[in-house]
Design a protein around this ligand. Structure first.
Ligand code: PMP
Length: 365
């Protein structure tokens, strides 16, 4: 099954595939955006036309994720990685400690960064099992007066995903949702802060979305640089300084596309179908392909697996590349194979890849 030429079968882990219709709309509007005689990139961020784009993106996100009025939606820069520092800077108070659930490399990075600012601990870890799993929500260890509890909802490198989230009571729950935000409906009310770099499900790199509960904002440390305070951006509708205007425009268009597809329930059904193509090829392979994640916490966004020998894996990856499948190599830190099937990856791409997997197995067993 072929995609519309010249689009690639793009399984990149991020930046990753964007919806074709969004790219076409951006292309059509590039030279003259809504009669302004300029592109969105050339508009003043203080202009009314840009402000409409900005507010429309905020409102669409609010609608799609059913975000209550008690939250602020912020568009920041510095990627999810800057959030690793901003969170402890703002919310890790002296005398308090923060719990981190360790489920992969991104949790480790978030933890190391927080350690620079205060007292942190592992609320649970699946490192001993080579990050194949996610801890059970009732196995997390933390105290009622902790500053916050941090988790990574989808582990982009290891290919695991939380299926349900803890109810952390009065302890603010903070989630790095960089690689699965908007892939399914979630109950935002469980979280005090959600953050995500845009470059997987939301749009191009350069925008970081933060959804933060207003009462948490009020408790933040004050003696930190202006740009690193969430309150600065909240007070200024993310227009304290020049925001990444083109990225925010693209985000708004991606959100429109999600809505047109039927919203998060429809997109999550589509994501399940897509991932099933590939997990089925793994499960019916008689161990020719070995999935990395434990079955009950398999990611629908990043599907990770290995072949029996390094030679066979190399041959598989080379042939995948020749067949036009892009980005199937595992992350440089762990190797193996990884198919990232984010929202904008079409069903046909996953189907074509599963057919390739079955064919490769037939020819090489
Ligand atoms: N968290 C997760 C789960 C990620 O997948 C990534 C990037 N792949 C990051 C954080 C870091 O994001 P950024 O490059 O936007 O800083």
């Amino acid at each position: 099954m072929k995609l519309q030429v010249p689009r690639a079968y793009n399984f990149n882990a991020g930046p990753s595939a964007l919806p074709l219709s969004v790219l076409e709309k951006a292309q059509a509007e590039l030279i003259d955006f809504r009669g302004t005689g300029m592109s969105v990139m050339e508009l003043s961020h203080r202009s009314r036309t840009y402000e409409e784009v900005h507010n429309q993106a905020i409102n669409s996100l609010k609608d799609l994720l059913s975000i209550p009025d008690s939250y602020e939606i912020l568009f920041l820069q510095g990627g999810a990685s800057l959030q690793f520092s901003m969170i402890p800077m703002n919310f890790l108070k002296s005398g308090k400690k923060a719990g981190y659930v360790m489920t992969g490399s991104w949790s480790e990075k978030a933890f190391s960064e927080a350690k620079l600012f205060g007292d942190v601990f592992h609320a649970a870890s699946t490192k001993d099992g080579n990050y194949r799993g996610i801890p059970k929500v009732d196995h997390l260890k933390y105290d009622v007066d902790d500053a916050y509890l941090h988790l990574t909802s989808n582990n982009t490198i290891y290919g695991t995903q939380w299926k349900d989230f803890p109810d952390s009571g009065d302890v603010p729950l903070i989630a790095d949702m960089s690689s699965d935000i908007l892939s399914k409906p979630i109950d935002v009310n469980k979280f005090s802060l959600i953050y995500a770099g845009a470059q997987k499900n939301l749009g191009p790199s350069g925008v970081t979305v933060v959804i933060i509960r207003k009462d948490l904002l009020e408790q933040a440390n004050t003696s930190i640089p202006t740009m690193l305070k969430y309150s600065t951006h909240a007070k200024n509708n993310s227009l304290y300084n020049t925001p990444p205007t083109f990225g925010i425009y693209m985000l708004g268009e991606v959100l429109n596309w999600v809505r047109e597809l039927g919203g998060l329930t429809a997109i999550s059904q589509r994501n399940e179908q897509k991932a099933k193509f590939i997990y089925d090829a793994i499960d019916s392979s008689n161990d020719f392909y070995a999935g990395h994640a434990e079955k009950d916490c398999r990611s629908l966004m990043n599907i990770t697996f290995n072949l029996k020998t390094a030679e066979l894996e190399k041959k598989f990856l080379e042939q995948a590349k020749q067949e036009g499948f892009v980005g199937v190599n595992g992350h440089r830190s762990i190797g193996g194979c990884r198919v990232s099937s984010y929202n904008a990856v079409p069903l046909e791409a996953c189907q074509a890849f599963s057919e390739f997997m079955i064919d490769f197995q037939t020819k090489n067993s």
